[in-house]
Write a protein that binds this ligand. Structure first.
Ligand code: EPU
Length: 418
C-alpha cells in the first residue's frame, strides 16, 4: 500500500496548477448516459473515483475513450445494462448519480444500495424520494434499489427535505428527459450543480435557475452530444491555498475560480493570512502569526465541508481557540486523532471540534481515513518538524491528481513510497 513521506518546514514557491473538479466531472460523466451521441469532456482529473465512474459507464454499455490533453469522449449509443453493481458502488458512493440518468433514458435503473461510509451514514433516500415524485416505482430488495418508470418519468415538484448536492444533480438529470415541467425546491447551489446544468443545456436540456435553490427543468424528448470543459476543482484549490498559508509561503494557486471558495478566503483573511484573488489565481504571501477563528461548515456558498479538515490542520498553528462545527456529515472528524498524534490539541464535543493553538507539530506516522482527512494530514506534515509517514494514501488518490508531484514541484519535500 502506498505511503507518503513528508518532511516539514519547506515553504512552497512558484505556482500550483489546479485540475478539473472531481465532483463536477463525476455527474458530467453520468450525464453522458442521457444521450445516444458522443459527449466530449475536457479537463477531467486523473483520479481514482473518475476511473471507477468510467468502469460503471462501461458496465452500462457506454464506450469511453481518452483523448489528448485529459479529455474524454463517452458514447452511450445503447444502454445494455442499466445497473450499478455492488462491487462498484461500495467503492464510490457517487455511483448513485447514474440512478436518475438510467431511469430517464431506459425507464429502469437498478443501483446497489450504498452502505455506510467513513464520514457518515450518507443515505440516498432523497434521490429515491425525488424519483418517486417523477413517477418511478421504486423498491428495495437484496440490497438493491430498483426504479421503474415503464411509460417514462413525468415532471413534478420535488422539495428536498434537506439540501443534497448529488441528489440535486441526479434529479436534474432525470428531469431533462421527463415529460413536462419539474421544479426542484431547496436545491443545492454548489458550482458543480451549475456546471452540470451548463453541460446539460449544451446537450439540449431546458434548465433555469441552477445556482439558486429553485431549479426549473422543462423535459425534452432527446438530448444530443456536446463538448464541455469541467470547472476547476475548488477543493483542490482551497487545499493548496491552505497549504501555502500554513507553510508561510509565497505561492500562486492558478487556474481556479476564487469566487467558488470565497468563504475560505474570508476566513483565512480573518485569521490574518495574506491571500489575494488575481483573476483565475489566488496569491498567497507570508504573514505574521495567525489568529484562531471559528468556522462552521454549511452548504454552498457557506464554508465547504470538504475543506474543514484542512482548515483544522491550519488552526492547530494559530494562536487562540478555534471552534470548528461540522454541520453536513456526522462523522467527519477522523483526522482529529491523527492530528493529535502530531501534537495538536483538539477536543471533540458532538459536532464541534475545539482546537487550542498554537501547537508545535512534530512528524509522526499517521493513517489516512478518507479523502479530505488525508489532505489535512498532508498540510499538517508540511508544517511539522521532521518526517511524517502517511499510510493508506489511496484515499487521497481518489480525489487529488498527483498531489505529491504538484507539491514537490513547488518545493515541498514529499515523496510516494511503496
Ligand atoms: N443526505 C441524506 N439523504 C440523501 C442524500 C444526502 O440524508 O438522500 C444527507 C447526507 O447524509 C449528508 C447531507 O445530506 O449529511 C449532505 O449530503 P449530500 O447529498 O449533499 O452529499 P453528496 O452529494 O453525497 C457531495 C460531494 C461530497 C461533499 C458533499 C457536501 C460529490 C460526488 N460528493 O456528496 O464530496 O462532501 O456533497 O458538499 O459531489 C469529497 O469530495 O470528499 C466529498 C465527500
Amino acid at each position: 500500500m502506498d505511503k507518503f513521506r513528508i518532511e516539514g518546514g519547506h515553504p512552497l514557491s512558484g505556482q500550483l496548477q489546479v485540475s478539473g473538479s472531481k465532483n463536477s466531472a463525476l455527474p458530467a460523466i453520468a450525464a453522458c448516459l442521457l444521450s445516444e451521441q458522443p459527449v466530449v469532456l475536457h479537463r477531467i482529473p486523473r483520479v481514482r473515483d473518475i476511473g471507477t465512474m468510467l468502469k460503471l459507464l462501461e458496465h452500462n454499455g457506454a464506450t469511453v475513450e481518452w483523448l489528448e490533453g485529459g479529455a474524454l469522449r463517452i458514447t452511450a449509443a445503447e444502454i445494455k445494462n442499466p445497473e450499478a453493481p455492488y462491487e462498484i458502488v461500495k467503492t464510490m458512493r457517487a455511483s448513485s448519480l447514474v440512478l436518475g440518468p438510467l431511469a430517464a433514458r431506459t425507464g429502469r435503473a437498478k443501483v446497489s444500495m450504498p452502505g455506510g461510509c467513513s464520514i457518515g451514514a450518507r443515505p440516498i433516500n432523497l434521490h429515491i424520494n425525488g424519483l418517486e415524485h417523477l413517477g418511478a416505482v421504486v423498491h428495495q430488495e437484496h440490497g438493491d434499489i430498483e426504479a421503474v418508470a415503464e411509460k417514462g418519468l413525468r415532471g413534478n415538484t420535488v422539495h428536498f427535505e434537506r439540501i443534497t448536492v448529488t441528489g440535486t444533480e441526479d434529479l436534474m438529470m432525470a428531469a431533462t428527459l421527463a415529460e413536462g415541467t419539474t421544479v426542484l425546491e431547496n436545491a443545492a447551489r454548489e458550482p458543480e450543480v451549475v456546471d452540470l446544468a451548463n453541460l446539460l443545456s449544451k446537450m439540449g436540456a431546458q434548465i433555469e435557475g441552477a445556482g439558486t435553490s429553485r431549479i426549473r427543468i422543462e423535459g425534452v424528448k432527446k438530448l444530443r452530444g456536446a463538448e464541455h470543459e469541467i470547472i476547476a476543482d475548488r477543493i483542490e484549490a482551497g487545499t493548496f491555498v491552505i497549504a501555502g498559508v500554513a507553510t508561510g509561503s509565497e505561492v500562486v494557486v492558478s487556474g481556479c475560480v476564487p469566487e467558488h471558495f470565497a468563504s475560505l478566503l474570508v476566513k483565512l483573511r480573518q485569521a490574518g493570512a495574506r491571500v489575494e484573488e488575481a483573476g483565475t489565481s489566488v496569491e498567497v504571501r507570508p504573514a505574521g502569526r495567525l489568529r484562531s477563528v471559528d468556522m462552521t461548515t454549511e452548504e454552498h456558498p457557506g464554508f465547504a465541508t470538504d475543506l474543514q479538515a484542512q482548515f483544522m490542520a491550519l488552526m492547530t498553528r494559530a494562536t487562540g481557540i478555534s471552534f470548528i462545527t461540522e454541520n453536513i456529515f456526522e462523522n467527519r472528524f477522523m483526522h482529529v486523532p491523527e492530528l493529535a498524534r502530531m501534537g495538536a490539541n483538539i477536543r471533540i464535543e458532538g459536532k464541534q471540534a475545539i482546537v487550542a493553538g498554537p501547537s508545535t507539530l512534530t512528524g509522526a506516522q499517521v493513517m489516512c481515513s478518507d479523502l479530505r482527512a488525508s489532505a489535512s494530514l498532508v498540510v499538517a506534515a508540511m508544517v511539522a518538524q521532521g518526517n511524517s509517514i502517511l499510510d493508506r494514501v489511496y484515499h487521497i488518490d481518489r480525489g487529488y491528481e498527483s498531489i505529491e508531484k504538484k507539491l514537490a514541484a513547488a518545493g515541498a519535500n514529499i515523496e510516494r513510497i511503496g
